[in-house]
Design a protein around this ligand. Structure first.
Ligand code: F6P
Length: 496
C-alpha cells in the first residue's frame, strides 16, 4: 500500500472515530435533508443509505480512498477488456454478455440458444439443470424470481449437490422421454456435476445439452456438438448467469423476459461506467460495505429481501461476494491489511423476522442489514402488499430508534444501521439491474481493498484432498500420512 493509500485509509478511520460518537438519530437531527441526500437512484433501483452511520464527510473520505486505489482506472480497464483478473491474466467481461453491442461470438450463441429454445419447447415438458456454484445459483435464482414469467408446461428442476438425494429428487416423477438434461460446467471437470450428469444420462433423457467453456470435454462426455452452447474463459463462473449457463431460462421463460433481464443489467452497466462516484450506486454501496466492515468493524451483514421471489438471493450473493472477495492477499500477493468483504448471510423477510431478527435487535454485536423491497406490483392477494411495506419500514426504524425500558429484557438499544433498497418492480429488467449492481459492488469492494475478485484458488485444496480420500472411502487403502482424526473417520466411514 503506497503512502497515498495509507493516508486515505487514515482519513477514513478518523471519520469513523468521529461518527462512532454519534447516534443515527443525532445524524438525522443535524441534517434536515439527510434522508434525501443519502438516497441514490440507478436504473430500476433506489437505495437509501441515510440509516447507515455515515455522512457527507465520511463519504468524501471514501471517495478519496477510491481515488487513491485507482477506482476509475480499474473500472475503465474492466470495461476495456484488459486482464483485470491479474493472477490468471484474463479479462473479466461478463458485462459484454449483456451489452447491446455484444461480441459476435456472444450474439451467435444467443441466436443459437433462441433457436434451440424455440424448437425444444415443443418436445419436452421438463428440464433437469445440473451444475454447481456459479453454474447453478444464478439460473436457479432467475427461474425462481421470475416465476410469473415462466411458460406453462415446462418444469425446471435443479440439482447441484453430490449428495445423491438432490439428483434423485430432480428426476423423480419425470418422464425421460420428455426431459431435456442440461449440463452446465465451465470447466466440465467438476466432480459433483459430472457425477450427477452420469446418473441422469443413465436414466435416459431424450435430449442432452451442455453450456461450457470446454466444448471438447462435453463432446467427449457424449453431448452432441450441435447441443453445446459455449461460454468463455473471460466469464467467471459466478458471473456466468448472463451466458449460455442460463439456457434453461431462455427455454422456460416466455420469449422476451430473458432479453429484458440482459437489458436491465446493461442499463446498470452504463450507470456504473458513467455515473460520477458520489451518484454511482454500486460504488457508493461498496464504499458503505467497506466502511461497515473495515472502518466500523462489523464482521458480517444480513441481506433480507422482502420478497418471496428473491429468497435465493442470499445464497447467490454468498458466492458472488465471498468467492470473489474472500481473499487474504492483494493483487501483488502482499498480505491484506483489511478484508475485502464481510460475511454475507440472510434470508427472505418477513420469515427472517421470526428467526434471526432477535439477534439483530438485541444481540451484543451490531450487524448492518440490507433490506430489499419490490415497490411495484406484487403477486397474490392485493391486501398483502402494504403489510410487506409496513414490515420492512418498521424493522429499519426499530433497528435505528430502539426502545428504552426499565426491564433490560425488553429494552432495544437501537442505533443499528440498515440500507433500504427498492426495486421499481419485480420485472426481468429490475432483476437484471439488481444482479449487475451486486456484481459491480463486489468489483468495487475489491478495488477499494486492492484484491483480484476474479480468481478463487481457495476452493482448490479441499477438492484435491477429497479426490485423494475418495478411493479409501470406496474400500481402498487409507492413504498414509493423514492426521489421526481424518484417519479415524476414513476407517469408520469405509466400514460403515
Ligand atoms: O467452487 C469453485 C467453482 O470453480 C466455482 O467458481 C464455480 O462456479 C463452480 O466451481 C462450478 O465450476 P464449473 O462451472 O467449472 O463446473
Amino acid at each position: 500500500m503506497n503512502a497515498n493509500q495509507k493516508d486515505a485509509w487514515a482519513q477514513v478511520a478518523a471519520e469513523a472515530a468521529r461518527l462512532k460518537q454519534l447516534s443515527l438519530i443525532d445524524l438525522f437531527a443535524a441534517e434536515p435533508n439527510r434522508a434525501d441526500a443519502l438516497t441514490l437512484a440507478a436504473p430500476h433501483l433506489l437505495a437509501d443509505f441515510s440509516k447507515q452511520r455515515i455522512d457527507a464527510s465520511a463519504l468524501a473520505a471514501l471517495e478519496a480512498l477510491a481515488g487513491a486505489m485507482d477506482f476509475s482506472g480499474w473500472r475503465a480497464k474492466m470495461f476495456a477488456g484488459a486482464p483485470v483478473n491479474t493472477t490468471e491474466n484474463r479479462p473479466a467481461m461478463h458485462w459484454a454478455l449483456r451489452a447491446p453491442d455484444a461480441p459476435e461470438e456472444v450474439r451467435a450463441c444467443q441466436v443459437k440458444m433462441a433457436a434451440f429454445a424455440h424448437r425444444i419447447r415443443r418436445e419436452i415438458d421438463a428440464i433437469v439443470h445440473l451444475g454447481i456454484g456459479g453454474s447453478d445459483l444464478g439460473p436457479r435464482l432467475i427461474m425462481d424470481a421470475l416465476k410469473a414469467h415462466r411458460i406453462r408446461g415446462i418444469e425446471v428442476r435443479f440439482a447441484a449437490n453430490v449428495d445423491g438425494a438432490d439428483v434423485a429428487d430432480a428426476t423423480a416423477g419425470l418422464k425421460p422421454a420428455r426431459t431435456l438434461l442440461i449440463v452446465v460446467s465451465k470447466t466440465f471437470t467438476t466432480q459433483e456435476t459430472l457425477a450427477n450428469a452420469a446418473f441422469v444420462r443413465a436414466w435416459g433423457p431424450k435430449h442432452i445439452a451442455a453450456a461450457t467453456a470446454a466444448p471438447n470435454k462435453a463432446i467427449e462426455w457424449g453431448v452432441p456438438a450441435s447441443s453445446i452452447f459455449p461460454f468463455w474463459d473471460w466469464v467467471g463462473g459466478r458471473y456466468s448467469l448472463w451466458s449460455s449457463a442460463s439456457l434453461c431460462c431462455a427455454i422456460a421463460l416466455a420469449s422476451g423476459p430473458y432479453q429484458r433481464l440482459l437489458a436491465g443489467a446493461a442499463a446498470m452497466d452504463a450507470h456504473f461506467r458513467d455515473a460520477p462516484f458520489p451518484r454511482n450506486l454500486p460504488a457508493i454501496s461498496a464504499a458503505v460495505q467497506m466502511w461497515n466492515r473495515e472502518a466500523l468493524g462489523h464482521g458480517s451483514y444480513a441481506l433480507v429481501p422482502y420478497s418471496e421471489r428473491l429468497r435465493l438471493l442470499p445464497a447467490f450473493l454468498q458466492q458472488l461476494e465471498m468467492e470473489s472477495n474472500g481473499k487474504g492477499v492483494t493483487r501483488d500477493g502482499a498480505a491484506l491489511a483489511r478484508s475485502a468483504c464481510a460475511v454475507t448471510w440472510g434470508a427472505a423477510g418477513t420469515n427472517a423476522q421470526h428467526s434471526f431478527f432477535q439477534l439483530l435487535h438485541q444481540g451484543v454485536d451490531e450487524i448492518p442489514v440490507e433490506l430489499i423491497l419490490n415497490s411495484g406490483a406484487h403477486e397474490g392477494p392485493a391486501s398483502h402488499r402494504a403489510k410487506v411495506f409496513a414490515n420492512v419500514l418498521a424493522q429499519a426504524r426499530a433497528l435505528m430508534i430502539g426502545k428504552p425500558s426499565s426491564d433490560p429484557h425488553r429494552s432495544f438499544p437501537g442505533n443499528r444501521g440498515s440500507t433500504l433498497m427498492a426495486m421499481d418492480a419485480l420485472s426481468p429488467e429490475a432483476l437484471g439491474a439488481l444482479l449487475a449492481f451486486y456484481e459491480h459492488r463486489t468489483f468495487t469492494q475489491a478495488v477499494l481493498s486492492g484484491t483480484n475478485p476474479f480468481d478463487q484458488f481457495g476452493v482448490e485444496l479441499g477438492k484435491e484432498m477429497a479426490n485423494a480420500l475418495q478411493p479409501a472411502l470406496e474400500g481402498g487403502q487409507t492413504p498414509l500420512g493423514l492426521d489421526a482424526s481424518t484417519e479415524n473417520w476414513v476407517n469408520r466411514l469405509r466400514d460403515s
